[in-house]
Design a protein around this ligand. Structure first.
Ligand SMILES: Nc1nc2c(ncn2[C@@H]2O[C@H](COP(=O)(O)OP(=O)(O)OP(=O)(O)O)[C@@H](O)[C@H]2O)c(=O)[nH]1
Length: 598
C-alpha cells in the first residue's frame, strides 16, 4: 500500500514538475472567516484558503512557444493539500504554547539529512559534445524525474520539507559548480545544519575534487560563543571545509532567549555596507587553497584600498573600474562545460557563491566587490539567475540563485529560516507557534491576551496562549484590520511576526549538539575575541550601544513600522510582494462579506 501510495505521490509530483505552458503565479487573496468559539469574535484569516487551486508556483515554467518566460527561475515547491493546511490551522488555534527546553534547540546534521533517506540533489546527466541541445534538455528532464521518483520512493508523502522543483534552478547550480574552482557555500549562522546538504559537500569535494569555503554568514545575529561552537562543529563533521565567519551588518546587538528585544531598524541601517573583516578571511582561505597557483595580490590590495575608502568616505567603497558585470541570464541549456575543466584557467580563480535562499549570498558578493552590484532582498528566491563579475583581473565571482535541497527539517522551522517566501504561505500560524515556543516572545512583543477583560488586572505571562492568540494580539497591537469588516487581520499579523523572525529581530538560533552543557567552555574560549571583533561588538562598541537612549516609546515606534518598511536597501521587489507586505494586495473578494467567501 505504502509503495503504491508513494508512486501515486511521485506521479502527482511529476505531473506538477513537467507540465509546460502554465505560465505565471497568480497572486490572489481571499478572505476566509474562522469561527473562534463561543464568546469570541470571528477573526479574519486572509490567507489564501484555496490557493492550492490557484497558486502556480509548483508548475514547471515555460510558455511552451519558446518566448521569454519571466517565471523561468521562480522558486517551485510542491503544493500542500488543503486538508494538511486546515489541520495545521486547527492546531494553531487550539494548542496551548509551551516553552521548549533550551536543549531542544540542539540539532544534529543527521536529524535533518538522515543518511538512509538518500537525500541527494539532482545531478546533470552525462553528455557529449555531439549532442543536440534539445536532446540534452530532454535527457536532463528525464533524469530529473527519475531523481524525484527515487527520492519519493524512500521518503513517504509529508516527510520531506519543501524543496526546489524547478529544474531550471538546478541547472544554474550545475553550471556554477562546473565553472567554479572554489565554491563559497553560504549558510545563515542561525541555521547552519538546515542549509548544509552533506550530499553537496561529498559531491564537490569527492567527485569534483574542488574546494568549499563554508561562509557562516549573518554572525551579527548570533551570540559569539554560539558562532564559535557552530564553526567547530561544522569543521569537525566535514574536515575538508574551510570555514569563515562573515557579516554584512556588523555592530548590531543580538537577541538571546534570555534577553530578547526587537532590534531597531535604524540601527540595522546605520551599519549596512562593506565590512573589512569578512572579505579578508575569504581571501586568506583562497590563498591557502590556491597555494600560489593564482596571483591574488590584486585582491589583497583591493581589500586594503576598500578599507581605506570606507574609513575616509564612511560609505561603500567604489573604485568602479575593476568590478564589471560580465554576464547574466545565460541560457544554461546551451552551456556544455566539462565538470572537470582545468582549474584556475588563464590564471583566474573562479568563486561560485551558492546557498539556500535568503542566506545572504548577494550581500556577501556585494561585500566582496565593495559596492552594491547585486540587489538584496528579504524575499527568498530574489536572485533568479546566476551572474558573473570580475572582482579583480584574477578573481571572478558567480552568484547562483538560492536553492532549497530536500531535507527532513520541520516545515515550520524551514519557514522561519527564510527559505520559503512568507508572502506565499498558505498557513503561517503554526510557524508563529514554533517560534513562540522557542523564544521569549511575550516580554518582547508586549502583548495583551485577546481574552483579557478590561476589568481584571492583566498579566499576559500567566495566561494560556495559542499561536492564533499571539497573532490576534499582534494584529490588535499593530492595528492590522481587514479591509471590509475591520476585524483583526490575523493572517497579516502572522506574516509580520514571521518577517521579524527572518530578519533576526525576534531571534531564534539553533545550537550544535552538546552546546547547552559546554556553554561555559565556549563563553571563555580564546578565539571569542576574534568573533566579537568581526561582529563589531568590541567593548567600546558595546558601551556606545548602552549609552544610546533606548526609551520604550522609541522601541514602540520602531516596532510599529518594522515590517511595513521596504527593504533596508530599498531594493527592487515584485510590486505584488511589496503591496502584499503592506497589506495592499488587491483583494478581489474584499467586496464580499466575510460569510460569503468562506
Ligand atoms: N543581519 C544580517 N542580515 C543580513 C546579512 N546579510 C544579508 N542579510 C539580510 O538577509 C536578507 C537576504 O539577503 P540576500 O543577500 O538578498 O540573500 P540571498 O541569499 O542573495 O537571497 P536569494 O536572492 O533569496 O537567494 C536581506 O534582508 C539582507 O539584508 C548579515 O550579514 N546580517
Amino acid at each position: 500500500f505504502l509503495q503504491k501510495n508513494n508512486r501515486k505521490h511521485s506521479l502527482k509530483c511529476l505531473n506538477v514538475c513537467v507540465c509546460a505552458g502554465e505560465n505565471g503565479s497568480s497572486h490572489s487573496s481571499r478572505n476566509a472567516s474562522v469561527e473562534r468559539g463561543p464568546g469570541r469574535d470571528r477573526q479574519s484569516d486572509t490567507s489564501d484558503s484555496e490557493t492550492t487551486d490557484i497558486r502556480r508556483i509548483n508548475h514547471q515554467p515555460g510558455t511552451g512557444d519558446g518566448r521569454y518566460d519571466p517565471n523561468k527561475f521562480r522558486l517551485h515547491f510542491e503544493k500542500e493539500s488543503k486538508e494538511e493546511v486546515e489541520r495545521r490551522k486547527k492546531i494553531a488555534r487550539e494548542k496551548i504554547l509551551k516553552q521548549v527546553a533550551e536543549k531542544e534547540l540542539e540539532i544534529d546534521m543527521n536529524q535533518i539529512y538522515p543518511e538512509e533517506k538518500g537525500l541527494n540533489f539532482p545531478r546533470r546527466p552525462s553528455w557529449h559534445y555531439n549532442m543536440q541541445r534539445e536532446e540534452l534538455l530532454r535527457k536532463e528532464e528525464k533524469s530529473f524525474l527519475e531523481y524525484l521518483q527515487a527520492l519519493h520512493s524512500k521518503n513517504p508523502p509529508g516527510t520531506l520539507s519543501h524543496f526546489e522543483h524547478n529544474l531550471e534552478t538546478w541547472r544554474q547550480l550545475w553550471r556554477v559548480m562546473e565553472m567554479s574552482d572554489v565554491i563559497l557555500l553560504i549558510v545563515d549562522i542561525r541555521y547552519p545544519v538546515l542549509q548544509f546538504p552533506p550530499a553537496l559537500y561529498h559531491y564537490i569535494t569527492g567527485e569534483l575534487k574542488k574546494y568549499i569555503i563554508l561562509v557562516l554568514n549573518k554572525v551579527d545575529l548570533c551570540p559569539s560563543p554560539l558562532v564559535l561552537a557552530w564553526k567547530h562543529y561544522m569543521t569537525k563533521q566535514f574536515p575538508h571545509l574551510h570555514c569563515v565567519c562573515f557579516t554584512s551588518h556588523p555592530g548590531q546587538p543580538y537577541t538571546t532567549r534570555e534577553s530578547l528585544s526587537i532590534l531597531q531598524k535604524k540601527r540595522i541601517r546605520k551599519k549596512v555596507g562593506w565590512n573589512g573583516g569578512g572579505p579578508i578571511h575569504i581571501m586568506r582561505a583562497c590563498q591557502e587553497i590556491t597555494a600560489g597557483r593564482v596571483d591574488l595580490s590584486s585582491w589583497e590590495k583591493k581589500i586594503k584600498r576598500d578599507a581605506v575608502a570606507m574609513r575616509t568616505e564612511g560609505d561603500q567603497a567604489d573604485d568602479g573600474v575593476e568590478s564589471v558585470l560580465m554576464e547574466h541570464n545565460s541560457d544554461i541549456g546551451m552551456e556544455m562545460n566539462s565538470p572537470t575543466q582545468e582549474l584556475y584557467k588563464d590564471g583566474v580563480l573562479t568563486l561560485g557563491c551558492i546557498g539556500f535562499p535568503n542566506v545572504g549570498k548577494s550581500s556577501v558578493l556585494n561585500s566582496l566587490v565593495g559596492r552594491k552590484v547585486v540587489s538584496v532582498s528579504r524575499t527568498p528566491g530574489h536572485t533568479k539567475y546566476f551572474q558573473t563579475y570580475y572582482l579583480t583581473p584574477t578573481v571572478k565571482l558567480c552568484d547562483c540563485p538560492g536553492l532549497v535541497f530536500p531535507s527532513q527539517v520541520d516545515k515550520q522551522l524551514q519557514i522561519l529560516a527564510g527559505i520559503y517566501p512568507v508572502s506565499q504561505l498558505q498557513e503561517p500560524y503554526s510557524s508563529v507557534g514554533y517560534l513562540c515556543e522557542r523564544t521569549n516572545f511575550l516580554p518582547v512583543l508586549k502583548l495583551t491576551h485577546p481574552d483579557h477583560s478590561p476589568e481584571t488586572p492583566h498579566d499576559s505571562s500567566t495566561q494560556d496562549w495559542t499561536a492564533w492568540d499571539v497573532c490576534e494580539a499582534w494584529a490588535e497591537k499593530r492595528g492590522y484590520k481587514t479591509a471590509k469588516a475591520a476585524r483583526n487581520d490575523v493572517y497579516r499579523a502572522a506574516n509580520s511576526l514571521l518577517r521579524l523572525a527572518i530578519d533576526g529581530r525576534i531571534c531564534l538560533c539553533l545550537q550544535p549538539p552538546g552546546y547547552t552543557e559546554s556553554k561555559d567552555e565556549w563563553e571563555s574560549h580564546p578565539d571569542l575575541a576574534e568573533i566579537s571583533a568581526l561582529q563589531g561588538r568590541t567593548d567600546e562598541e558595546r558601551e556606545r550601544e548602552d549609552d544610546e537612549d533606548e526609551s520604550s516609546s522609541e522601541l514602540e515606534e520602531d516596532d510599529r513600522d518594522a515590517d511595513d518598511d521596504e527593504d533596508a536597501d530599498g531594493d527592487d521587489e515584485d510590486d505584488t510582494v511589496k503591496a502584499d507586505r503592506k497589506g495592499l494586495t488587491l483583494n478581489m473578494f474584499s467586496v464580499l462579506g466575510e460569510n460569503e467567501c468562506a
